[in-house]
Design a protein around this ligand. Structure first.
Ligand code: FAD
Length: 288
């Protein structure tokens, strides 16, 4: 089996204890030599400063290639571009450019007066600076706001054509969703890499609620499997086995890169990577 490249997504810590947890996560995962690690930007732009600080710390001290997420929400174009310029000035030239979601409970996305109207406008403006490598979000089971699956793929093409180099997908529980989506993207003329977003299931009840919000289908067998595993105290074992199996199927289907949503907890992601043959030793051998 080919050993894939990996990237890891973190969220910015909001307390001292959370900062230590993120740093521990980085220590555990960095020997796996990720292509990049990324730091999210809270819904509604709520973690603007925390994201900037976490990105600066990781960029300055982890030795990893760091990408900053950036959204259009709640900011003028000038403010958004100023944040992007700040990243570039600090040496961070990889961005995940998103429209973004409003803060919880604030209703649907609303264009900020003087702000970017959508992700395509943001990507085009970032691309025009010539400073950034831009990644974007993609939705194998379609974004909840998309009219239909084809419209969603057409919109992704517009994001790529506006200057994005790669798409990272929303998580999914069955590889067929990703594989069908990848085929649809190829058919629509998208040649940029589509990297599956992988969510190791740390807490089934929480993940299930999150999946409903994102429009990610939850198969009945998965619900039943976690019910049993939780009863037997084997949730982590099941999560590792299922995630490794799904990644193996994707790799067998030619996927050469995986993007892990770590939730700032390293154990499951590390165990899945090890099961896939991604180990510190393997990476060292590759370098030698
Ligand atoms: P878009 O792809 O621009 O829009 C979402 C969908 O709506 C499209 O797929 C399209 O079908 C439709 N659509 C939107 N505008 C139009 C239009 N004008 N015409 C036609 N169709 C349109 N959120 C955060 O707040 N912070 C983060 O750090 C963050 N990181 C993420 C990382 C990844 C990898 C992913 C997949 C998502 C992330 N999100 C994050 C969530 C994301 O912000 C939400 O899913 C948001 O609702 C959509 O953002 P987008 O850039 O993907 O939107």
């Amino acid at each position: 089996m080919t050993v894939p490249a990996v990237s890891f997504e973190f969220f910015p810590p909001q307390s001292l204890a959370a900062s230590f947890r993120l740093w521990d996560t980085v220590q555990v995962l960095s020997p796996l030599k990720p292509r990049f690690v990324s730091v999210t930007y809270g819904a509604g732009g709520t973690t603007r400063d925390l994201t900037r600080d976490a990105v600066a710390t990781l960029h300055g001290h982890s030795g990893l290639n760091v990408a900053a997420h950036l959204t259009c929400v709640n900011a003028t174009r000038e403010e958004t571009m100023e944040i992007a310029d700040g990243f570039a000035a600090a040496g961070v030239t990889e961005l995940v450019a998103l429209r973004g979601d409003p803060p919880k409970g604030a209703g649907a996305f609303a264009v900020h007066p003087g702000g970017f109207a959508n992700s395509v406008e943001l990507i085009a403006a970032l691309s025009a600076t010539g400073k950034f490598t831009i990644r974007v979000g993609a939705y194998p089971e379609k974004h909840p706001e998309a009219a239909n699956a084809k419209a969603d793929v057409d919109w992704l093409k517009r994001k790529i054509d506006a200057g994005a180099a790669e798409a990272l997908t929303q998580f999914f529980f069955e590889p067929e969703h990703f594989l069908r989506f990848r085929d649809a993207c190829a058919k629509a003329g998208i040649t940029a890499p589509i990297v599956p977003g992988i969510l190791p299931i740390e807490n089934w009840k929480g993940v299930r609620r999150f999946a409903e919000r994102c429009g990610t289908a939850v198969p009945v067998w998965l619900d039943e499997a976690f019910d049993k595993a939780i009863r037997d105290g084997r949730e982590d074992l099941l999560a590792t086995a299922l995630c490794s199996e799904m990644c193996t199927t994707l790799i067998d289907e030619g996927v050469d890169s995986l993007h892990f949503y770590t939730m700032n907890k390293p154990e499951l992601t590390r165990d899945v990577c090890h099961a896939l043959g991604i180990t510190p030793d393997m990476r060292l051998e590759n370098v030698a």
